[in-house]
Design a protein around this ligand. Structure first.
Ligand SMILES: CC(=O)[C@@H](O)[C@H](O)COP(=O)(O)O
Ligand SMILES: NCC(=O)COP(=O)(O)O
Length: 247
């Protein structure tokens, strides 16, 4: 069970690639962003190779595998194509996410409870290559219990609803859901990560929750980097979460 106050920052570089793909250029290179992020204190690099390849490409993942000093967290849908690719690159961490072609971004968590046999088989297969498999789920007790049952060592709680909440009541309710989810995950013996939609203005309350292992943050960092540079954006975020996580 992870109960330390040391909280890790996983930097998601997908949206550096979004900017590149918008013009079909060679720049900006997410690989450069990853190296800058590491220099600025990132504990790991997250990439989501979407089925539609709207941002990260296979080339990015293959290069990252060669150059990262930290570790890769490879987000993927549960498809045969992705399973075979993951087996080829053997990332340190794999996060299984739900994916819909038309969605603007990952809208909800993976329905582990509704497809336990399928997710269990994927977790078993991916664990054989030495990856630590986590499941990107909503902070829902049913999904947390199912995650333990399918043998995943880790979960990542989807913080999108908290990030999108507008009224103080809604924010408090969504935060409480995450707090309860962290407690529930830890009591099931799982490593608990969190992420999606986290920003400089909403990250501290989540970073202050005891027992969270890692926060994965991307879109807000890439946006802020336009004004302060990628290293500056990562360093600011890292300082914020470390200060918030202090006992
Ligand atoms: C699963 C997750 O939360 C991230 O991969 C995030 O989704 C990346 O960005 P997009 O969802 O916008 O592709
Ligand atoms: N898994 C969440 C993630 O990697 C980053 O999501 P976002 O900060 O880009 O919304």
């Amino acid at each position: 069970m992870t109960t330390s106050n040391r909280i890790l920052l996983g930097v998601n570089i997908d949206h550096v690639a979004t900017l590149r793909q918008a013009r079909g250029t060679r720049y900006p290179d997410p690989v450069k962003a990853a190296l800058d992020a590491e220099e600025a204190g990132a504990d790991g690099i997250t990439v989501h190779l979407r089925e539609d390849r709207r941002h990260i490409q296979e080339r990015d993942v293959l290069l990252l595998k060669e150059v990262l000093q930290t570790r890769m967290n490879f987000e993927m849908g549960v498809t045969e194509e992705m399973m075979a690719f993951a087996e080829r690159i053997r990332p340190a961490h794999i996060c299984l996410v739900p994916e819909t072609r038309q969605e603007l971004t990952t809208e909800g968590g993976l329905d582990v409870a509704g497809q336990e046999a399928r997710i269990k088989a994927a977790v078993e297969r991916l664990s054989k290559i030495g990856s630590e498999v986590s499941l990107f789920i909503d902070a829902d007790p049913r999904q947390i219990e199912a995650s333990r049952r399918v043998g995943a060592p880790a979960i990542e709680l989807h913080t999108g609803r908290y990030a999108d909440a507008t009224t103080p009541t809604e924010v408090a309710e969504e935060l409480q859901r995450i707090i309860d989810g962290v407690k529930g995950g830890l009591s099931e013996g799982l490593i608990v990560n969190a992420g999606h939609g986290l920003h400089y203005h909403n990250v501290e309350a989540v970073a202050a929750i005891k027992g969270i292992n890692e926060l994965n943050i991307g879109h807000a960092l890439v946006a802020h980097a336009l004004f302060v540079g990628f290293k500056g954006a990562v360093a600011e975020m890292k300082a914020l979460i470390l200060a918030a996580a202090k006992p």
